[in-house]
Design a protein around this ligand. Structure first.
Ligand SMILES: O=C(O)CCC(=O)C(=O)O
Length: 286
């Protein structure tokens, strides 16, 4: 029995520690160092480069790629959406009734000098930021970025955030995005090594910065929300080799209807079963 619990726990991952949770709640983001080994970074970086090579057929050499639906695009990225280090963080914040509703593979080569200025600061979730009426609006989702290139110094296309800004619905910005406008007060560029992951609250105000280095920034993003929120991703093609939790996260469970998505039958939700077996369900909101 202990063996089964241990096995389940290896798949669910561990919840955030109290200190990690406090940092996340205070800043709206958390860097998780060394989630991927150097070997794994090499493998995923190669997969992402292969996607870019195929995609470049449709675009110019040196263009930015922001390819939606990560696992539909590259099946082997499924292991990243259910990576135990990330999954543990996700269920300890959102609970077990979760899925990936948005994902992308990004390659951002060095920014050309001729790039027109644009105010890119935003919160995630589109109309959630108009149609939910509270201040602050509810969290609804968290997103993870796997960094596959070195961002250990600023200026490499690092993600910028305003720490603590997940608690405010508005920041000062221009009426139209296509203009030069100063970064918000308190903005910082997040530094990280290849293989680190960034977990962020969708509400934290953020924007990618210019890549002034000589090499491309590479990353894969997964956004998690409740299964009763529609996915924006194109579903991956079903594959017998996806694990049960991956199938949950990727919306590939059999016979899913509204009731299932509402979580009315927890026994049919793989992450619920795993957390129960691991003895972690009380930490995931039951
Ligand atoms: O590419 C980045 O660093 C920013 C990505 C972003 O804005 C987002 O994921 O919502």
């Amino acid at each position: 029995m202990a063996g089964l619990a241990q096995y389940a726990r290896a798949l669910t991952g561990e919840p955030l520690t109290a200190a990690q949770r406090a940092t996340f709640e205070r800043d709206g983001y958390l860097v998780l160092p060394g989630v991927l080994t150097p070997l794994a970074v090499d493998r995923y970086e190669q997969l992402v480069r292969d996607v870019y090579e195929r995609w470049r057929g449709h675009g110019e050499h040196g263009q930015d790629m922001h390819q939606l639906s990560a696992v539909r695009t590259c099946r082997a990225l499924a292991a990243l959406c259910g990576h135990p280090r990330i999954l543990g963080a996700v269920w300890s914040i959102l609970g077990w009734n979760v899925h990936v509703y948005h994902s992308h593979i990004d390659i951002h080569p060095p920014t050309g000098t001729a790039t027109a200025p644009r105010f890119e600061w935003h919160q995630d979730g589109g109309r959630q930021n108009r149609e939910l009426e509270t201040e602050p609006r509810p969290r609804m989702s968290v997103k993870v970025a796997y960094w596959l290139s070195d961002l250990s110094t600023p200026g490499r296309g690092n993600l910028q955030v305003v720490p603590g800004s997940h608690t405010v619905n508005r920041i000062n910005g221009p009426a139209t995005r296509a203009c030069a406008w100063p970064d918000p007060a308190g903005a910082v560029e997040i530094t990280a090594h290849a293989g680190d992951a960034l977990l962020f609250d969708r509400r934290v105000w953020h924007a990618r910065s210019s890549n002034r280095s000589s090499s491309a920034r590479k990353a894969v993003f997964f956004a998690y929300t409740y299964r009763w929120v529609l996915s924006r991703d194109a579903p991956p093609r079903p594959d017998a080799h996806f694990t049960a939790v991956e199938r949950q996260l990727l919306n590939l469970l059999d016979d899913v209807d509204g009731d299932h998505a509402w979580g009315h039958d927890p026994a049919r939700v793989p992450l619920h079963g795993l957390l129960e077996r691991a003895g972690l369900l009380p930490l995931a909101g039951e």
